[in-house]
Design a protein around this ligand. Sequence first.
Ligand code: TXA
Ligand code: MG
Length: 318
Amino acid sequence: MTEILTPDDSGIARAADLLRAGALVAFGTETVYGLGADATNADAVAAIFAAKNRPRFNPLICHYPAAEAAFAHVVADEHARVLAERFWPGPLTLVLPRAADCPVALLTGAGLDTLAVRVPAHDVALALLRRTGRPVAAPSANRSGHVSPTTATHVLEELAGRIAAVVDSGPSRVGVESTVLDLSGPEPVMLRPGGVTREALEACVGRVRTAPPLAGAAPRSPGLLASHYAPSRPVRLSALAVDTSDGLLAFGAPLPGAGATFQLSASQDMAEAAARLFEGLRYLDRVPGVRRIAVMPIPDTGLGLAINDRLLRAAAPR
Ligand code: TXA
Ligand code: MG
């Protein structure tokens, strides 16, 4: 049963307790309803992808109650500070390099070196974020491929029974998602148009490029383009045998003979494997003596679909 919580002190306290315990809680923002989880808890973030039926790991936005909290987890430059001053709280998401000691789970950012951060302009959301005391990862609270919900009723139509609770804070005012602006490169690039216009951004930081148009009809996540994190060592999928030059990404009883092994899930639990995937790829990409990464077969069921999608990208010729 999904709890429907009121947007008052007791509802917010309950929602914060659930989030801190690793449960999924949907909540209203000024743009759309988000499906929230503790961004520092990889298992909770994996549960977001499972609840949404997402076939791949898109990087998620981390929500904060204030700019200073956000900028403790990313490296903010002058542009970021000016934009935060002008547009936060509000429908603008900034993509910035992760700080060295960033506690946000790698799965939240789909393994990238950057993190998307935003401060929503919504009193209930801000109260919830303050009370939770952790960054909250939240994609729109719909099933994959469906439209973003702007009321608690829409959220329940999509996710009732799959999430712990929804905070009913009334209809979302803006109704379209936040503008996503990438500040991690040499010049600002708008990855997704949204609640803050390009003109408004340019008035603050000068020229803003638009991400190049993407091939195909389906909008692809900008986070999954060429710049997306991929290991530098070659990746071999569905490995059935390994030797000492292999770093093994194990799923279940490990193949014998690897030079190094990272266990995704000894019990072959998909959510556990999803939560550990990016950590594992990074570890095997760095561990000395290994020349390539060998991945044991992972079934294409449930979260396995998203795991295999990511592994296919990691293994694609570059
Ligand atoms: O208005 C919104 O932004 C809503 C509310 C809930 O805050 N959230 C939302 O999240 O729309 P989602 O997951 O549906 O969209 C996140 C967007 C995706 O296009 C994703 O690719 C991009 O942000 N993104 C997130 N992290 C990124 C990163 N590190 N680099 C590039 N793009 C990133
Ligand atoms: Mg969405």
